[in-house]
Write a protein that binds this ligand. Structure first.
Ligand code: NAP
Length: 316
């Protein structure tokens, strides 16, 4: 039986993930951790969730908390706290205030849940992954960020809709930054096992349009409804279910690189990893087309620049 903690639980992503994870068989307790000022709101969310879960005969313990003692024994601690991105705002604009929040939470997690895996959602997620890694002092296999898995799901959906094919037939992947410098890996995309470049020979698929749409997908949702919620919540749930069930799936997560992919080092970026109960088992040294490689290097430069700036401010 598994215990999970969600920090920033009163937020849009936090509460949606909690409700989704409550339905996972292996998870017996979810701590919905928030600032003290949000505790009453979290209690209200929990009562509402219990009513819904009861309709499905699901018994799980949902614990509202602002006391770090309650996170002890958590296998995974998810951090979703931070200022949400407003329309037109880049994820990098959020970096300084959010880095301070992440630093403080990561230090406390290291004290109260020293054996857990930290999963970062707060943007800019690739920068925040490095901040959490350094502040916690954990091995890099146990500090990961969500970003490119969500981008990969968006790309998968767009391809499935374009061809009117079951999305299970599409295997695709986005790597790099969860942001403007994301790199859709079209060279490793297959549909029904057929490489995309052969599949689209007679098609009207506009690859440039597709890539633009994936990059702007988050902003488009925010411009229409103010926030993204179901997509991130389900993407997070994929990662957590893979870890909890020790599934060894290959998923794109942000992880600190030391030369494993195209020699890129000293920066956290989304890359394919084999994910298991211990966190990242292996970083997959994926090969890319020449233009993808250049974009990946550009992503590394951009995220590294921002990470260094933030570390200077935080004196890390
Ligand atoms: P939200 O609804 O505004 O929730 C954010 C939560 O952060 C708040 O409910 C609050 O939680 C906490 N918080 C706010 N200000 C804080 C402060 N000064 N100190 C400590 N905690 C504070 O935002 P959201 O839509 O859930 O998004 C959360 C984060 O995830 C954002 O950074 C967003 O950009 C990011 N995001 C990432 C992805 C991805 O793929 N990586 C996708 C979507 C969103 P409590 O009061 O409960 O503590």
């Amino acid at each position: 039986m598994v215990k999970i903690t969600i920090i920033g639980a009163s937020g849009t992503i936090g509460k949606n993930v909690a409700f989704k994870l409550a339905k996972e068989d292996q998870i017996h307790e979810i701590v919905l951790f928030s600032r003290k000022t949000s505790n009453e709101r979290v209690k209200g969310e929990i009562r509402d969730m219990y009513d819904a879960l009861s309709a499905d005969n699901i018994d799980v313990t949902l614990t509202p908390s602002y006391d770090y003692e309650d996170i002890r024994g958590s296998e995974i601690v998810l951090i979703t706290s931070g200022t949400p991105r407003k329309q037109g705002m880049s994820r990098l604009d959020l970096a300084v205030p959010n880095a301070k929040i992440i630093e403080e939470y990561a230090r406390n997690i290291a004290v109260y849940a020293p054996d857990c895996i930290i999963l970062i959602v707060t943007n800019p997620v690739d920068v925040m992954t490095t901040i959490a890694l350094e502040a916690s002092g954990f091995d890099k296999s146990r500090v990961i960020g969500l970003g490119n898995h969500l981008d990969s799901l968006r790309l998968k959906t767009m391809l499935a809709k374009h061809y009117n094919i079951n999305s299970g037939e599409i295997h695709t992947r986005v790597i790099g930054e969860h942001g403007d410098h994301m790199v859709p890996l079209l060279s490793s995309t297959t549909i029904g096992g057929i490489p995309l470049k052969y599949f689209v020979e007679d098609s009207d698929l506009d690859i440039h349009d597709l890539v633009k749409s994936v990059k702007s997908a988050g902003n488009k949702i925010i411009s229409k409804k103010g926030a993204t919620e179901y997509g991130p919540a389900y993407a997070i749930s994929n990662l957590i279910a893979t870890i909890v069930n020790d599934s060894h799936k290959i998923l794109s997560v942000s992880t600190y690189l030391e030369g494993e992919v195209e020699g890129v080092y000293d920066v956290s970026l989304g890359v394919p990893v084999i994910l298991c109960k211990r966190g990242v088992q292996t970083i997959v040294p994926v090969k890319m087309a020449e233009d993808e490689k250049l974009d990946f290097f550009e992503a590394a430069r951009a995220v590294k620049r921002c990470t260094y700036k933030i570390k200077d401010v935080l004196e890390l």
